[in-house]
Write a protein that binds this ligand. Structure first.
Ligand SMILES: NC(=O)c1ccc[n+]([C@@H]2O[C@H](COP(=O)([O-])OP(=O)(O)OC[C@H]3O[C@@H](n4cnc5c(N)ncnc54)[C@H](OP(=O)(O)O)[C@@H]3O)[C@@H](O)[C@H]2O)c1
Length: 249
């Protein structure tokens, strides 16, 4: 029987590329996000059975209700990819917006916790379960103007470590992947739809692409059951840490 993976943030960027990669590996997929149309479009191109759940990860009631609505075909979740999240704003703490801070903590931190809490009862014990949390290089180094985004990803990093210990006896593996700069809609969201400003982030940067991360996630997910790639940091070759990247002229 095919294994099932649930991916949050499957409507764009890394999540969408991961859905395509895991479909190629033969997984059934539960595709989650707020933009239903995009999820349905993605569903059309997949070759294995999939279902769509539309919810905001920061709304605990919606998370609970949507996961409870899964049909028997998708109720046993072998792999959870906790990917949904974004940065909102790039401003010093003195002038940053509280609404941006709330949005990052609510989705990147609380949302990831809520989804994990509701998926755990659906994960078979001692049968190769795996949770991959989407961290960031921002979890490892704080950078100027991004203190709360970095803090949100540092929270994911520490949650991952604690959860791994909690689930040892159940033999559910817990891992995190921490990408550096990846060319997705991330910067367009961060700059609230200012696509010109977003494009500048990637100019001459030789960034990673969503497919690079998806390929690594597919590798993590397809390891033998005794292997857990617990903490994976991946950056473009010309990036040294969260705030040092050499641009091509
Ligand atoms: N791009 C990078 O450079 C980079 C680097 C390190 C880590 N990351 C992390 O990678 C993850 C994916 O980002 P991306 O680069 O692929 O950006 P993206 O293209 O903007 O995708 C973000 C995804 O998250 C979903 N999402 C955001 N907030 C949500 C919420 N409250 N409820 C439900 N879904 C939500 C979005 O779906 P809907 O809008 O349809 O809900 C979308 O599918 C994020 O956790 C991000 O922090 C990105």
């Amino acid at each position: 029987m095919s294994k099932t993976a649930l991916i949050t943030g499957a409507s764009s960027g890394i999540g969408r590329a991961t859905a395509r990669a895991l479909d190629k590996e033969g997984f059934q997929l539960v595709l989650c996000g707020r933009r239903e149309e995009r999820l349905k479009e993605l569903q059309q191109e997949l070759t294995h059975p999939s279902t769509v759940l539309v919810f905001d990860v920061s709304d605990y009631g919606a998370v609970k209700q949507q996961l409870a609505s899964l049909s028997d075909t998708f109720r046993s979740i072998d792999v959870l990819i906790n990917n949904a999240g974004n940065a909102h704003g790039l401003d010093p703490a003195q002038s940053a917006s509280i609404d941006d801070w709330d949005a990052m903590i609510d989705s990147n931190v609380k949302g990831l916790f809520y989804v994990t809490k509701e998926v755990l009862p659906l994960m078979p014990k001692k049968n190769g379960g795996l949770i991959i949390n989407m961290g960031s290089i921002a979890a490892k180094n704080g950078y100027a103007n991004g203190s709360v985004y970095c803090a949100s990803k540092a929270a994911v990093d520490k949650f991952t470590e604690g959860l791994r210990l909690d689930l040892l006896a159940d033999q559910i593996r817990v891992a995190a992947i921490h990408p550096g700069l990846v060319h997705t809609e991330f910067s367009a969201v961060r700059f609230k739809g200012d696509t010109e400003k977003a494009a500048k982030v990637y100019e001459g940067a030789n960034p990673l692409y969503a497919e690079d991360i998806a390929e690594i996630i597919a590798f993590m997910v397809t390891r033998p059951l005794h292997v857990n790639l617990a903490d994976v940091v991946v950056m473009p070759a010309n990036q040294g840490n969260a705030f040092t990247l050499v641009r091509q002229q």
